[in-house]
Design a protein around this ligand. Sequence first.
Ligand SMILES: Nc1ncnc2c1ncn2[C@@H]1O[C@H](COP(=O)(O)OP(=O)(O)OP(=O)(O)O)[C@@H](O)[C@H]1O
Length: 271
Amino acid sequence: MSTKVITLDNVSWRRQKKPILEDIQWEVQKGEHWAILGANGSGKTSILKLITGYEWATTGTIDVLGERFGQTAIFDLRKRIGWLSASLDEKYRNYEGLSCADVIVSGKNASVGIHEQVDDVDIQQALSLAKEMGLSHVSHSPLRNLSQGERKKTFYARAMMTSPEIMIVDEPTSGLDILAREQFLTHLQNAHLNAESPVLLYVTHYPEEIIPAVTHVLLLKNGRVVAADKKEKVLTDQLLTQAFDVPIFVSWRDERPWIQVGSIAEVGKST
Ligand SMILES: Nc1ncnc2c1ncn2[C@@H]1O[C@H](COP(=O)(O)OP(=O)(O)OP(=O)(O)O)[C@@H](O)[C@H]1O
């Protein structure tokens, strides 16, 4: 049985003749967890759109979970992929009165709010996910009363309701303070340590958010792959400096990469 979860072979994506992604070669195997790292506009979201079929590659082939794009029913494939995106806050604006547990349950049908029958099994699953994310004490509180950190964890649990095989977590820490960020990352780390956990694709601008559970990093710049490899090989001073156009110095503590940023005036001297 193939262990390949995602393969992008020589993929390019152009819009109005503008190249957005060029020559993307990327392979994700079962058991790996990836960070997709790069500066603003480097192409992180564009890659996510291609692997979820919201956009189509101009050239190259994309295989996800054993299905080749162009030859498969995209809606069935999407059900196997969870996506925690910042747009959920906007989508739930009119549903702030729903309880944390109800928001989690709504993930079963990927709906905003609950419009279909849910049974006891669904509710038990939602409460169990709430517990895993440290949300038991607020599971009956309305969404509007939750802190930013609790909201993010709620939306993460919502995306887990369908037991996805791939879990996309897209810049989850924006708006979180230092403690809330660390709490979210700790729960994410715990959620991705067992054999059943989905393949994590964690999208970020910040190397220090790359938790120990992440095994590999796809580093992008201007729509091209700078490096796609085990995290220790990618998170180096040289490659990060190249990708972010500012001198970056990495040190590892507790299996996390922490960075120091040099003066912008040093750009060009340190590479
Ligand atoms: N549909 C589109 N049409 C034209 N240009 C696009 C389209 N989608 C993205 N782009 C451009 O492609 C580039 C990459 O965008 P993308 O959103 O993938 O970057 P990103 O790495 O996710 O950025 P950020 O970290 O700021 O969210 C940007 O210059 C963006 O303006």
